[in-house]
Design a protein around this ligand. Sequence first.
Ligand code: PRP
Length: 205
Amino acid sequence: MPKGKLFNLSADILQKVGWTAEGLSEKSRKLVITNEEARLKFIITKTADVPTYVEHGAADIGIIGKDVIVESEKNVYELLDLGFAKCHLMMAVPKDKKRARLEDYAHTRVATKFPRIAENFFVSRGMQMEYIKLNGSIELGPIVGLSESIVDIVETGTTLRENNLEEIVSIMDSTARLIANRVSYKLNYQRIDNLVTDLEKILKS
Ligand code: PRP
């Protein structure tokens, strides 16, 4: 289970299919919460670490955004698009310093939490950039002169607006996904497949 914005949405949908445990809350300081009767163990971790736990089999399955999966480059099996946590990854710049073309930003600094996705994108456009990795409040980068642009997530657009930034190009769409460890998926096929079927029913309804 990822902490942050995704936690409640993930807990809600899992609860609807009967996957829950007493005390399962983002506020819990307990990192592993067990439901013995249902043979479930929930691990609560930082968003960016979810693919790591799943790739290594420390967690059999996980819920995480497509953006984080792609950035992590972890070898996990993507089982289901859960549809929620809809957002997109884009490049934005200060409104008052907007350049005419995307290529005009070549060789400038870009602040981002997603340096791999950003680099793949700019390389595909033949652009060399300087990447500055930040862990949050990415929008600050151009405001304080740390970078000329940002590559970040937009959900409602409020953060961009409130910081006088403007999207100039969309890079990828993202929603929450159910992922599985490749070996766990084979070993627990029936149980995981039942979960996927139940979740699909909930999503359709
Ligand atoms: C994310 C993202 C943007 C904001 C976008 O940040 O990095 O800052 O949400 O949402 P909006 O378009 O609805 O305004 P988050 O809240 O996860 O915090 P962080 O920047 O500290 O990672």
